[in-house]
Design a protein around this ligand. Structure first.
Ligand code: PMT
Length: 398
């Protein structure tokens, strides 16, 4: 594959040199294009040495009159990393003032953008609108990570790690890539129901959509999938071994008895934290006066898995209404997970029941990756991509 690597002017530009090397290692030909501001951070000679090609920087070099057209026509994919707020705006609005933005307009292949900038710039309405425009055009956005930025602030805006960018390249080239072949993923999904009496129960609003999307995505990517599902109204994905359970205790039993072959466990189910201490054997009759229910705590399946996990990858979820990052970090340590996927609940478009979700993926090493609102299937693919990254950095520090 012939890839144009556009590098724009940000402190993360130095990371693009290693990205060029990794793309070449993956068998691609790389044509680097540096904007003038990128040249303030990195030298073209570095990219020339790594790619074995002349680096393109200006529309006004003697030989460059129609070079942007040639380059656009003779390459298969345009990747810009890091992509500044400025280049996103130029691309979104079709401005063609520089070599890279002109090339963008002339280019007809897939475009991948890996933004990096200060958090306020990333969160600014203008940037969000530009990103929305670029997404609608079908471009892939590799979301920046959350972390300490060069400007000294903490937040979203740090260039995604190179392996996340490489994964986006691989999946753009071949969306059917079976990169989970050899893995057996045990996924829990849906709610649990804790009986009050034979006809009533305590439950929650989980629809199973997130867990089922994970199961389908994992199957599509070649994994063997064991799905332990609470009561939902979804059809189990074809090809998954599905075990239907009702209560938290049944879910625990099913998880433990299917744990042996699992190389990865993803605990997406919304499991009860409390259950009626003594469910009535017969239907509780109305008596026109208040009824009290004594609730007892339910053992935490994920925490138990954290103790017996062996060398499996363990991914938990955290459903939070507030202080999402802090609670997710706490659950990660408390339950000995490699990653916790935190989603905000109680807001429209995220968490329970909705077709979309927005998450923070919190890693044991401290890295946090934010994925803005997207269909649950897309979110599932991002989670699986992150699992593959954890697998690649294997040994997974614990
Ligand atoms: O099913 P959907 O409608 O698509 O909604 C998706 C979802 C919101 C349910 C899902 O994205 C999600 O957040 N799942 C976890 C819900 C939850 O129980 O979160 P928690 O923060 O209470 O629990 C933290 C973790 O501990 C979870 O991985 C949970 O599975 C696990 N847990 C909790 C209690 C318990 N008794 N045993 C557990 O294993």
């Amino acid at each position: 594959m012939r890839i144009i690597l556009g590098v724009t002017g940000g402190i993360a530009a130095y990371k693009a040199a290693d990205l060029a090397r990794l793309l070449i290692r993956d068998g691609h030909e790389v044509q680097a294009v540096l904007t003038p501001s990128a040249e303030e951070f990195v030298r073209p000679v570095t990219f020339a040495a790594l790619t074995g090609r002349k680096v393109l920087t200006s529309l006004f070099e003697p030989s460059a009159a129609i070079e942007h057209i040639d380059v656009a026509q003779s390459n298969d994919l345009l990747l810009v990393a890091p992509a500044t707020a400025d280049i996103l705006a130029e691309f979104a609005h079709g401005l063609a003032g520089g070599f890279l933005s002109t090339l963008y307009l002339a280019f007809r292949g897939p475009v991948i953008l890996a933004p990096a900038m200060n958090t306020n710039m990333w969160e600014h309405e203008a940037t969000r609108t530009n990103l929305e425009t670029l997404r609608k055009r079908g471009h892939v956005i590799v979301e920046p990570a959350v972390g300490m930025l060069a400007c000294g602030t903490f937040g979203a805006g740090r260039l995604a790690e190179n392996d996340a960018i490489l994964e986006a390249v691989r999946r753009t080239i071949d969306p059917a890539v079976r990169d989970l072949e050899g893995e057996t993923i045990l996924i829990t999904a849906g709610p649990t129901q804790e009986p009050i009496d034979p006809v009533r129960f305590i439950s929650n609003r989980s629809s199973g959509k997130m867990g089922y999307a994970l199961a389908q995505a994992a199957l599509d990517r070649g994994a063997k999938v064991i799905l332990v599902s609470g009561p939902v109204s979804l059809d189990p994905p074809r090809g998954a071994e599905t075990i239907h359970v009702r209560t938290a205790s049944e879910m625990r039993g099913a998880v433990l008895s299917h744990l042996k072959p699992a190389t990865v466990v993803v605990k997406c189910a919304a499991v009860a934290d409390f259950r009626p201490a003594a469910p009535a054997k017969q239907k509780i009759k109305k008596q026109g006066k208040p009824v009290s229910l004594e609730l007892e705590p339910v053992g935490d399946i994920l925490a138990e898995l954290g103790r017996i996990r062996g060398d499996r990858l363990l991914v938990g979820f955290a459903a939070e209404t507030n202080d999402v990052l802090e609670y997710a970090q706490w659950k990660l340590n408390e339950k000995n997970c490699d990653m916790v996927v935190a989603n905000r609940v109680g807001v429209e478009g995220s968490g329970f029941e909705s077709d979309t979700n927005e998450i923070l993926m919190v890693m044991r090493g401290g890295e946090v990756v934010e994925v803005p609102r997207a269909p649950k299937r897309e979110i599932a693919d991002r989670i699986l991509g992150q699992i593959i990254r954890l697998r690649q950095t294997a040994g997974v520090a614990r």
